[in-house]
Design a protein around this ligand. Structure first.
Ligand SMILES: [Zn+2]
Length: 318
């Protein structure tokens, strides 16, 4: 029998339930929605979580589509799922946990006696540590962003190659291979010796079907490649970036982009213009270096200094 919170599944069974995570302001207990898919055959354990940031719903869309398609009779090993991590932020459709105004993915491995976010991180990390592989489904919040997978442990980490392999198997086409800030699950997992990736499934308000489908395909690629399911996967060459140049608005007004997501950028090329309300160009912003147009703001209106877009740098393939 495999348990995850109130969910319990014997070999060949699936169950859903709640993982107790504390109490809400009205004094009631709350739990995170969880699923256990216990394969009829032995094998590895995969941990999958979504909505670590409360406005990033594409990962929940992936969970909704993957879980009903998993037949425990056909599965070797176990899949553990936390469908919504950032419980409080999800309730109010915000990025950060409103209880402590903290970004969940800066609090791993968490602290069972700490702040609201630290406690939820500790609760979910206890589950993640049971796994051989970790997928932490994110997206570029509500910005526009390509579908990419982040490897955050840093190139000197002892299991960097394993994380890169997992990213290649997931196969969104693009990988950001850059050591992340402290407190990310994609750093805490590798420190426990568990290959971990942070798929960033586009960016949108609500759901983006194309990015959700990319995530569903990625999860099934992982399940097949690592022997949870039968079937062949031949990982394809990925475009890898090792950093970002970020661009802000030098003037206030409305932004028009000259590049689209995924397009190559050469140094000196125009990335965007800022125009006044009547169409007069106030600023023409060019690329500092070569790269790929990776992410941009969604709303056109900007104040001086406001974030506009990111160009990924250090582009190569593997
Ligand atoms: Zn996120």
């Amino acid at each position: 029998m495999t348990s995850l919170g109130t969910a319990q599944a014997a070999p060949g069974e699936i169950d859903t339930g709640r993982l107790p995570a504390g109490e809400t302001r009205d004094g009631g207990e709350f739990g995170l929605p969880v699923a256990v898919i216990n394969g009829a055959q032995d094998g590895r354990t995969l941990y999958l979580q979504a909505a670590s940031d409360g406005d990033e719903l594409n990962g929940v869309g992936v969970v909704q589509r993957v879980v009903p398609r998993l037949d425990p009779a056909e599965l070797s090993g176990t899949v553990l799922v936390v469908g919504v991590v950032n419980y409080h932020a999800f309730q109010v459709a915000q990025h950060r946990n409103p209880i402590d105004d903290t970004k969940m993915n800066r609090t791993y491995p968490g602290d069972a006696e700490g702040t609201s976010s630290e406690r939820i991180a500790a609760t979910t990390f206890d589950v993640a540590k049971r796994a051989d592989l970790i997928l932490d489904l994110h997206q570029g919040s509500t910005s526009r962003m390509i579908d990419e997978v982040r490897v955050r442990c840093g190139s000197r980490h002892r299991i960097h190659d394993d994380c890169l392999e997992l990213a290649k198997v997931f196969g969104s086409g693009y990988v950001l291979d850059q050591k992340g800030p402290g407190g990310q699950l994609a750093r805490a997992g590798p420190d426990e010796g568990i290959p971990t990736i942070d798929p960033e499934l586009g960016g949108c308000v609500g759901w983006c079907e194309r990015s959700i489908e990319c995530g569903v395909q990625g999860v099934f690629n992982v399940l097949r490649y690592y022997g949870f399911l039968e079937g062949e996967v031949s990982p394809e060459t990925q475009t890898r970036a090792t950093g970002f140049d970020q661009y802000g608005a030098p003037r206030g007004g409305l932004v028009r982009f000259e590049k689209d997501l995924g397009e190559e950028v050469s140094a000196g090329e125009t990335l965007f213009t800022v125009r006044d309300v009547f169409g007069t160009v106030k600023a023409d912003v060019t690329a500092d270096g070569n790269g790929l147009f990776w992410r941009s703001r969604r709303l056109p209106q900007v104040a001086t200094g406001e974030y506009v877009c990111s160009v990924a740098t250090g582009i190569g393939t593997y």
